[in-house]
Ligand binder design. Structure first.
Ligand code: FAD
Length: 418
């Protein structure tokens, strides 16, 4: 069996590696002519780290990132709302890893080149798919094409194949939030491996290290400043490479001086900021047509809430390879993949629109806008309420420790048909 993949991002590369591990031939057609370490930090949840570990990449990924120790939700005064252990500390068999997206991408590119020489075709833009009873063809810009038993479009939020199938869908949906992403060097704060989410959905600040302080070198802190404006205002198309301006958001955070971190100090010490609107798309009624399907952001772009975009693309890749291997048949494999993944990811898209686990921030802001004061947090936000929000999201997104630790592996080998 051979699978043709359009898009060599995190989802497409992981799919190629997963197919290869399952004994299925794969080739990737990626639009850019040279992969570059673009982006800033992302989080790999334990469910994604399990898959990368089973692909033999766990140690490389961990060495390039930071094993997250805890997640802290705080109000704008830096007061603790909710704190939970993450990764190994929370009882998972796999860590949660915060990592530079570009480094993760380059590590996956290197693994594909090592294990599957010649499988990654660069400067190859997929423009359309045709599917018939015996196979599927990816049409490429410039007139070329690639044929396989199946085609998978892993070509990101502006997927050409999704646009071919749903021509009236238009641009992604913007919720009015603007995100400024950047990294800054810093000596480190709290455990040195803490993710912090602070403020509310109106004005929020998120930070986490993607490189630990070590050998006299400072830590590298990834941070995201977020503010909400009127979503009916015109906004530029989302582009991961658009530079932002500190003056546009620093004034919102000048008073966020906490005993353990100066937010304005962190913002001022960056060298470059990237601006991105918070967008997603409505879940689709179907992902698969004949022998072609969608994967990752092409299938289910979601708000970057709950740190799940890359993790869900990795899960898609492993589950698709699993079903192709166990069914041994392209159409049956694609159908089984969609039956599992479409409802699961639609639920996350919906939960993220409703703030996901970040709901605790808005509750704290509404109930104690001037801080918790002498009465403390428990007076306005009981622990039980906070726990049920955090656990509910994990259950829905498929990363409860007991469930993840106990479930069978997706590793499978294609059986040669007799
Ligand atoms: C340059 C870049 C920087 C990013 N930075 C961040 C970040 O800092 N933080 C964050 O949370 N998320 C970031 N993301 C998004 C994040 O990588 C995805 O949300 C997530 O990893 C899902 O992966 P994906 O493979 O589905 O999509 P993506 O990682 O977006 O990969 C899609 C791939 O398809 C390629 N492509 C697009 N159109 C075509 C076509 N027609 N034919 C062939 N190939 C095509 C793209 O070049 C890209 O390599 C970034 C994405 C990109 C492309």
């Amino acid at each position: 069996m051979k699978v043709v993949i359009s898009g060599g991002g995190i989802g497409g590369l992981t799919l190629a590696l997963s197919l290869h591990a399952a004994g299925i031939e794969a080739e990737i057609h990626e639009a850019v002519s040279e992969p570059r370490a673009l982006g800033v930090g992302i989080n790999l949840q334990p469910h994604a780290m399990r898959e990368l570990t089973e692909l033999g990449l766990g140690e490389r990924v961990l060495a390039a990132g930071v094993a997250t120790r805890e997640l802290l939700y705080a109000n704008r005064y830096g007061e603790e709302i909710w704190r939970e252990d993450r990764g190994l500390a929370a009882g998972y068999r796999w860590p949660q890893v915060s990592i530079h997206r570009g480094e993760l991408l380059m590590l996956l590119v290197a693994a594909v080149r090592e294990r599957m020489p010649g499988a990654l075709h660069l400067g190859a833009r997929g423009v359309a798919v045709e599917s018939d009873a015996s196979g599927a063809v990816l049409r490429l810009a410039g007139g070329g094409s690639a044929r396989g038993d199946a085609v998978v479009a892993a070509d990101g939020i502006h997927s050409a194949i999704r646009a071919q199938w749903f021509p009236d869908e238009g641009t992604p949906r913007w919720n009015g939030a603007i995100l400024w992403r950047a990294t800054s060097e810093h000596p480190g704060y709290l455990t040195g491996r803490s993710i912090v989410q602070a403020g509310s959905s109106a004005v929020k600040f998120v930070c986490y290290p993607i490189r630990e302080a070590r050998d006299g070198q400072p830590a590298l802190i990834n941070w995201i400043a977020e503010k909400r404006v009127d979503p009916s205002l015109p906004w530029a198309r989302e582009d991961w490479n658009r530079a932002g301006r500190i003056e546009d958001f620093l004034p919102l955070f000048t008073e966020w001086e906490w005993p353990w971190l100066s937010v304005p100090g962190l913002i001022r010490s960056t060298k470059a900021v990237w601006e991105f609107p918070m967008v997603d798309r409505d879940p689709l009624p179907r992902w698969t047509r004949g022998r072609a399907t969608l994967l990752g952001d092409a299938a289910h772009p979601m708000y970057p809430i709950g740190s799940n975009g890359a993790s869900q693309a990795i899960l898609d890749a492993r589950i698709l390879a699993h079903h192709l291997a166990v069914t041994g048949e392209a159409e049956a494999g694609l159908a089984a993949y969609e039956a599992v993944r479409r409802p699961a990811t639609a639920a996350i898209v919906a939960a993220n629109r409703g703030a996901g686990p970040d709901l605790v921030l808005d509750l704290a802001e509404q109930r104690a806008p001037k801080g918790f004061g002498a009465a403390g947090r428990e007076a306005v936000l009981p622990l039980e309420e906070l726990r049920s929000i955090a656990e509910g999201y994990k259950r829905m997104a498929g990363f409860e420790p007991s469930v993840l630790n106990a479930r069978a592996s997706y590793s499978a080998r294609l059986q040669a048909l007799a």
